[in-house]
Design a protein around this ligand. Structure first.
Ligand code: ADE
Length: 231
């Protein structure tokens, strides 16, 4: 089975590549793709660069050029729910685009004609993640992740996203990946470890916790691979 593991920033995939140790590097579309064998799985790793457009491009390439049959995303997010703290893990039950707005035409936030507001994650991958968390004695929260091309560091904006989409966390790529995987029929799983609380000190916290939270997320994804390999 061919599994893609994607991050947005180099810091998000570095702990994965360090754990895997050996890999080959291929360049395509101004990006690098790292291919390797992990047990009986063929794995391709890449970081997209920040934002929904970059994320959608990389997800498409991972699927259409590298033949990924499942896509796992590993990275960091800002907490929207008060129950999520720095370093804690959240798996997306589904994803929305909080900055997609044609409400001027009577549509709800996050919706364009022929689309849907919420793109749901693959149930089987979510269940593998829950089993992984249980077996490791780790807490894994599940909730809606809201994506937009904005770094959120303002209480009023954060509250609006929380209220409008019933979101638990925010980041800048997940819904782009979800959109591509959903359209192409590829099961996906988006995991994030919290780096900040999307508040006035989010910029500072993000810089402080990017590396440590990226590692927490990456370690969990590698534990999930053990189960995927057996399934
Ligand atoms: N990723 C991590 N923290 C974030 C935030 N506060 N806003 C958007 N994306 C993020």
């Amino acid at each position: 089975m061919k599994i893609a593991i994607m991050g947005a920033m180099v810091e998000e995939i570095t702990p994965l590549l360090q754990r895997f140790g050996t890999y080959e590097t291929r360049e395509f579309a101004n990006n690098k793709f790292y291919t390797l064998k992990y047990k009986n799985l063929d794995v391709v790793v890449a970081y997209s660069k920040i934002g929904k457009v970059n994320a959608a491009l990389t997800a498409s390439i991972l699927i259409n050029k590298f033949g990924a049959q499942k896509l796992l995303f590993s990275g960091v997010a800002g907490a929207v729910s008060d129950e999520l703290h720095i370093g804690e893990l959240i798996a997306a039950s589904g994803l929305v685009q909080h900055d997609l707005d044609i409400t001027a035409f009577g549509h709800p936030h996050g919706f364009v004609p022929e689309g849907k507001v919420l793109i749901k994650s693959d149930e089987r991958l979510l269940s593998i993640a829950k089993d992984t968390a249980n077996s490791l004695g780790l807490s894994l929260k599940e909730g809606v992740i809201a994506t937009g091309d904005q770094f959120i560091c303002e209480a009023s904006k954060k509250e609006w996203i929380k209220k409008t989409f019933d979101a638990s966390a925010i980041e800048m790529e997940g819904a782009g990946v979800a959109f591509v995987c959903d359209a192409l029929g590829v099961p996906f799983f988006i995991l994030r470890a919290i780096s900040d609380a999307a508040d006035a000190k989010a910029g500072f916290d993000f810089d402080e916790f990017l590396q440590s939270s990226s590692k927490i997320s990456a370690d969990f994804i590698i534990s999930m691979l053990e189960r995927l390999e057996r399934s």
